[in-house]
Design a protein around this ligand. Structure first.
Ligand SMILES: C[S@@+](CC[C@H](N)C(=O)[O-])C[C@H]1O[C@@H](n2cnc3c(N)ncnc32)[C@H](O)[C@@H]1O
Length: 268
């Protein structure tokens, strides 16, 4: 494991203990997860084999397994993997949810056969500088016609750029920095990288067909500003409805706090 991934492991392991409680309290995150599920459900047939990357505490893995799919949840962090194991023990899922500790740049070491879907939610893939270090492993793991849906932080966040008006220059333009940005989580510092839709398409290459992208939080505030959603509910609702309505059109499908991107595997 690289030194930076060791720090990522420490940071997310510390966060894992209170991750679910924080998530459940956040009304914006709740809406965003629903939007992500609606997106994926367009392409997911019943009873599919799903590989989840950077699965965190397994909230989404549990959801997809509860819908009748077979899910292999993977994550780098000791603490997150522990939380997924707890969920497997607690919920009766007839073996449909499994876990393996794994960094997504070593997917070539997986020995679980081929999958119909590869899913990654909420910016786990922003911990790697070059997405082709992940996509290079996908063809050997995918069935023909398999889908890949990833939720990634892109370079353009209108919400952050508006920070320029408030004199927050550094933060407003940080996503454009070539060598990434140091994230601060639970007292640990590690590099994170923002990926534009064109960078993501390049990483997938010609054996994947681009299907769809949609924005999350293009005009409406990101989850860490959940206070605004509560203090100004009318304004929040207008911004959120605007995001929802235009989410598949430019620039709403390129810009946002996160974007959901889906590709389909064309190889054999
Ligand atoms: C913001 S959390 C998102 C977790 C989960 N997908 C969710 O939606 O709640 C990011 C996750 O990415 C994981 N992660 C970061 N780098 C990783 C890597 N190289 N391989 C696998 N997981 C990684 C972290 O351990 C953490 O669980």
């Amino acid at each position: 494991m690289t030194n930076s991934f060791q720090i990522v492991n420490q940071a997310f392991s510390k966060q894992s203990a209170h991750y679910d409680a924080d998530d459940l309290q956040n009304s914006i995150l709740k809406e965003w997860r629903t939007q992500v599920y609606d997106h994926v459900q367009q392409f997911l047939k019943p009873g599919q084999r799903i590989l989840e990357l950077n699965a965190g505490t397994g909230l989404d893995a549990l959801y997809f397994a509860s819908c009748g799919n077979e899910v292999l949840a993977t994550d780098l962090s000791d603490g997150m993997v522990h939380e997924i194991k707890q969920k497997i023990q607690y919920h009766s899922l007839n073996g449909r949810l499994k876990v393996q500790q794994l960094s997504y740049d070593t997917l070539n070491t997986l020995e679980h056969g081929k999958f119909n879907y590869v899913f990654s939610n909420f910016g786990g893939l922003n911990c790697i500088d070059d997405l082709s270090k992940v996509t290079t492993h996908l063809p050997s793991l995918l069935k023909h016609g398999a889908y890949v849906s990833w939720v990634i932080m892109p370079k353009v966040s209108v919400w952050e750029i508006l920070g320029l008006l408030k004199g927050h220059g550094q933060k407003a333009l940080r996503r454009f920095k070539k060598n990434g940005v140091m994230a601060h989580l639970e007292g640990e510092y590690f590099p994170t990288y923002y990926h534009s839709l064109s960078d993501i398409k390049k990483a997938f290459g010609s054996s994947f067909r681009f299907i769809q992208s949609e924005g999350l939080g293009t005009l409406s505030p990101p989850p860490h500003r959940d206070d605004l959603a509560k203090e100004k509910p009318l304004l929040y609702t207008i911004l959120r409805k605007t995001d929802e309505h235009f989410r598949n059109s430019f620039p709403f499908n390129h810009w946002g706090d996160h974007i959901i991107v889906t590709f389909q595997y064309q190889g054999k």
